[in-house]
Design a binder for this molecule. Sequence first.
Ligand code: GLN
Length: 206
Amino acid sequence: RPTIGVLALQGDVREHAAALASSGAEPRLVRRASELAGLAGIVIPGGESTTIDKLSRAFELRDPLVAALRGGLPAYGSCAGMILLADRLVDAPPDQQTFGGLDITVRRNAFGRQVDSFETELATPWLPGGSFHAVFIRAPWVESAGPAVQVLATAPDPHGGPDHIVAVRQDGLLATSFHPEVAGDPRLHAYFLELVVAAGPRPGLE
Ligand code: GLN
């Protein structure tokens, strides 16, 4: 079972740990830098991205985590986690930092300004079954994505405008605007585990 960290500073950490366990991983909560050692991948949970950003700096976890991501540690971010994996933000406080890694521009609270939360069925041909029931809570969307980024899913605009990008992948980095960890459906975490295995040998992979 691959050892997958869950960044455990704030947010729905337990839900991600449970989803990882039911998709065949060994979850490990990560609060300090030493707990990054030996991970095969890491999940950045949903929650409040400004809080996770500040706590990561206060806990001196930010720099080691950024270094691990730059070194190729596979990561999956949901909602606030997507924001934290983005290289660029719009509509964010000027002092908000991200860990980065994904060549995307993310708009915070993009859906949230219009509809605080909603659920919808997304077409996800890359998952077994081909669709996914997605839960959005004050969710961001991906405003634009660089050429190396694969768009995995889009969701309708609340006002009938063009669809918005809500799931992306770039090598071993995966991000979704929605929260598969609250839906009791482990297929998205299982997909992340496939990316972890495809990323090749790492200490936590066995
Ligand atoms: N709006 C939150 C943020 O900007 C994200 C919401 C969530 O993770 N459900 O961090």
